[in-house]
Design a protein around this ligand. Structure first.
Ligand SMILES: Cc1ncc(COP(=O)(O)O)c(C=O)c1O
Length: 433
């Protein structure tokens, strides 16, 4: 990217940075310093080295499993700790008065709205995707026999609300089998379209699906669902912080995500978007008291976590969200080129970049056991990848596909040397099978 464009996009990202009072101001300063330092660093390697210096994890760790949990930058961890001390210096004041920490929380919703392309009154701060998804599922007035159309590649965190409704309200889950790898947007859209019936109330899809990292063509699917009055409900656990998300362009009606994955936020932070026009149809009990961070239907929460959550959005903006996405993809392509040469591996992630997420790639093994390889990688080499076991099973649903696969996530704190090391170690293991 041109240096001028980069500096401009950093400046644009920082323009909305409110200066938080007292202790959390230190984090803002560190984030501003990062942005200033990155300005003149036009060479990719130097820039990403500077970004990597923001993280705290042990130097010999190779963490290629951001899809399960991300690493939080040091400035954010320090801010959260400082804010805890600040809160405990006057607990009631900071928890409930606008002049205390409580007064900063609505600003986090402003930042989140900008991060997802929504408006503030469409955003709730949650603990994770699962909480958001449970609220969405149980917040819809289903009738017995209504159908939720989804895929066999969803995660339990997105599925448990629907399964609860199968048991307690008599809804039906209809699954589409996702081919690993999927070929094209058109193929996915056709598979979904073929299963829509007059009873379909909801189409439920991950934005980036958890097994193969396929980037689902939500905008194209929305063009099918919206005219029919079908809700497009999205599990965004694997997307914000990796993919630039614009909920309006995607055409989703609801979007639940986990910020402790790709957004690198403190553990236990998530976002929920419910489109203004469907808020009468999707009404989680937790939002009965409104979308604010505290109400009688939400209850008391820990503001330091939520404020630190907002600071991670500033952190991404300071680097530049397009730059973060491009770096995830650059590292992922670098990794794919190396893994494609290894024996016993077959890529389950689409080759078409328009449906391959920037940061996740998954390979199935035709020999050996994924769990054993994963255990050896972390026990012997401190390399962390995820065993991608199989599809999500529901009673009477599609049969289990055991992919016996390894899932790799690449983020801004990884680098090419880590990928070389990982593929070298893996090559040794695979050749010995
Ligand atoms: C697609 C998807 N949905 C939901 C979850 C659950 O996330 P959380 O435990 O943060 O709610 C995950 C976790 O890996 C996931 O990959």
């Amino acid at each position: 990217m041109e240096r001028r464009t980069f500096v401009k996009s950093v400046a644009a990202g920082l323009a909305g940075l409110p200066l938080l009072p007292r202790l959390s101001a230190a984090a803002n300063e560190q984030i501003q310093t990062l942005a200033t330092d990155l300005g003149p660093l036009t060479e990719g390697a130097a820039r990403w080295r500077r970004v990597r210096s923001e993280f705290n994890y042990t130097p010999d760790l190779i963490h290629l499993n951001c899809g399960t949990i991300g690493a939080t930058p040091r400035s954010i961890i320090e801010a959260q700790c400082s804010l805890l001390h600040e809160l405990e210096s006057s607990p009631y004041h900071h928890t409930f008065e606008g002049t205390g920490l409580y007064g900063q929380i609505d600003g986090v919703r402003d930042k989140a709205a900008a991060f997802l392309g929504a408006t503030k009154d469409e955003i709730a701060l949650t603990a994770n995707t699962t909480e958001g998804m449970n609220g969405v599922a149980t917040g819809i007035d289903f009738k017995e026999g209504d159908e939720v159309l989804t895929t066999n590649h969803e995660h339990g965190g997105g599925m448990s609300g629907w399964q609860y409704l199968v048991k307690h309200r008599g809804i039906k889950i209809v699954q589409v089998k996702i081919p690993p790898p999927a070929r094209s947007k058109e193929q996915i859209v056709e598979l979904i379209a073929a299963k829509i019936t007059p009873r379909t109330r909801v189409v439920f899809l991950s934005h980036v699906e958890t097994i193969t990292g396929t980037l689902m063509p939500l905008a194209e699917i929305s063009a099918l669902t919206r005219p029919k009055g079908i809700l497009l409900v999205c599990d965004g656990a694997q997307a914000p912080g990796m993919v630039q998300v614009d909920v309006k362009a995607l055409g989703v009606d609801t979007y639940a995500s986990s910020s402790h994955k790709w957004m690198l936020a403190p553990k236990g932070s998530g976002l929920l978007f419910v489109r203004k026009e469907v808020q009468e149809q999707v009404h989680p009990v937790s939002l009965h008291g409104g979308y604010g961070a505290y109400s009688g239907s939400i209850g008391t929460r820990g503001w330091p976590l939520l404020i630190a959550h907002g600071l991670t959005m500033d952190f991404h903006n300071a680097i530049g969200r397009p730059q973060v996405e491009a770096r995830c993809r650059e590292l992922n392509n670098y990794l794919r080129q190396r893994l494609d040469r290894l024996p016993h591996l077959r890529c389950l992630t689409p080759a078409d970049p328009s449906i391959a997420s920037p940061g996740i790639v998954t390979y199935s093994l035709d020999k050996g056991k994924n769990g054993e390889i994963v255990t050896r990688l972390h026990d012997e080499y401190n390399i962390w990848v995820k065993p991608a076991a199989g599809t999500y099973n529901i009673p009477g649903g599609l049969p289990n596909e055991d992919y016996n696969a390894l899932r790799f996530s690449t983020h801004i704190y990884n680098d090419e040397a880590q990928i070389d090391r990982t593929t070298e170690v893996l090559e040794g293991m695979l050749k010995a099978l």
